[in-house]
Write a new protein. Sequence first.
Length: 696
Amino acid sequence: MSTAVRIEKTGATGLVILNAPPVNALGQGLRAGLIQAVEALNADPQVEVISIYGEGRALSAGADIREFGQAPQAPNLPVVLNAIEASAKPVVITLHGVALGGGLELCLACHARVALPSTRLGLPEVTLGLLPGAGGTQRLPRLVPLEIALEAVTTGRQFSAEEALAAGLVDRLADGTPHEVALQAAADVLSSALETRRTSDLKADVDQALIAGAVARLSDRRPVLSAPIKAAKAISHAAEPIESGLKAERSLFLELMESPDRQGLVHAFGAERAVRKIPETGTPRNIASAGVIGGGTMGVGIATALLTAGLSVTLVETTLERAESACLVVAKNLDGAVKRGKLTQALRDENLQKLTPAVDYDALADCDLVIEAVFEDMAVKTEIFSKLDRICKAGAILGTNTSYLDVNQIAAATTRPEDVIGLHFFSPAHVMRLLEVVVADKTGSDVVATAFALAGRMKKVAVRSGVCDGFIGNRILAHYRKSADYMLLDGADFDQIDKALEDFGFAMGPFAVADLAGLDIAWANRKRKAATRPPEERYSAIADRLCEAGSFGRKTGSGFYTYGSGKARSVNPDAEAAVQAERQAEGIEPRSFSDEEIVSRYMAAMISEAVRVLEEGIAQRPVDIDAVFLFGYGFPRHLGGPLNYADRIGAANLVSRIESYAKEDPYFWQVPALLRNMAETGQRFAGLNKENTDGS
Ligand code: 3HC
């Protein structure tokens, strides 16, 4: 018998206990163990009922993602689940923690289901580019109304135990440990207090028109993702006898397993977890209280994120009035979280009690952590850090939220550079998941470990970055952003560029993003760098012209686009005029660009700079760069991040693209040495990650 499954017998009950930490993923050992256990208990004359439950924090998180892309190992999950459903003796299952994907499909194949009230249930396969491939699309619509089944398989949404009970997905809720509930459930089956039946004996009420409507809606979305469409189509087979429905489901599942989107989405799932593995092994410091300096958008967002992670926060501004009004914005942010169902009213009130406005830096003396979030000026920042050095207690961590300034220089303003670290949040800081943890030359290993632990408490994805102008994300952004400016100069319209990239999968194109971020911010940055701009570098002054005319983007109602009251944007004729004027001034004969060329140049620029960031050791692994873009820059999740996408194109193709663009602009388009080397040796970025994150 596999070690992942254990049998315990109590009277006429045969308990089958799953034990594959951390989340009882249904790997080969667990699958083989399950089938053996059910067979053994069926053959045992003492046993009248079989009761399954899971050890540890969850019943099961579904199929073992680490097996994706490997040669299939028998028995496969559908075979195991069909055998359980066919069991002559009744099989009841207890759900706790989560029952997701194949874990929920296991439940559907059992003859009765009892859930602990805190259980979360769902079929999230679609978020991994898959559909439920072990009966989920056939058995779920036999138990719950079609609308609910369709929603579950096409969105991957998780359901609470109460919702599941109301829908008919579970038979009852029960309190207790999984072991106690499993024993009671078995007793109830024996006494007929809990009814059992085979799901496949039930009839699904399949309205094909409803499914066709869902397929049509999903096909209209951009980008078009095949997993939700195929998941909806698989449900249409629930009208057939179970054997043929299961066969149709399996064949759609296997098609998706081979798709590049599945690889990208699984990589994105793995990336979120892989970035936690950092070289620093220090023990995290205890952080209970924090100070935030600066009550602007960033400071307020950071204070909100820290409060919701359970810390007490002192918010420092230059006047008490400003500090208090910043605290009011924090309260508004928390109200928003209550409205979105992310926070209870009671917790919101409790959090706000822990927020204190202050003017004097002395109020930060006892804080375990201080995060500076004032405007980007080195002189101001070094003055703040030397002040913090004098005031803060020994062992306090001193963080800066700078988005591009030199953290080594900031650390040098203190006598304790080992306590100084960059904590680069993304706006709005209480919503965006990415946190770049910028490790300076002297940052202590325990300080880095503390930053990662804190990110976990804030439910953020922390990525380790070295020091350079812009760190991982903004440095790469600054480069590929220029490729969009050059295409605009050379003849592509900005709305065509935005639309091409939005169709490709970005939430917003670069010019729409620039308008949202505020054209004045990038303008100030360009002015800062003007003196050091290399003479060979092309420069587009289009955005400068807009700024000079007072068009800063959304905040002023116009930028590249004009904005009304809603979300809609329309092309700003003044921006078009600025484009024409700049082309004329530069003597450029505009040419047309296909959408494909736009995407190709933009991605080649992004990947080139990403490779340089990797070569220089600013990012440690390709997956770190992928995570930065997935969680901070709206990179299309199904493409898995810039370097995962680079593997789709292939290093050799990228080199030849860059070389062909370099004929027009050899300064901007340079092939990074690492990429050239990879092209020559046939290496992939996936091979540079320390672990396989995507099952490819
Ligand atoms: N397979 C393999 N490993 C898994 C796993 C899975 N299905 N689910 C989670 N893990 C691993 C994680 O990678 C992580 O490993 P690490 O410690 O080495 O980094 C560890 O378990 C703990 O996971 P988290 O860090 O994510 O812990 P959380 O408590 O934050 O979340 C969870 C737990 C809600 C279960 C979350 O991990 C999750 O959503 N897992 C994926 C669920 C899923 O998508 N299941 C569907 C799989 S596809 C399928 O079932 C196909 C079927 O239809 C045939």
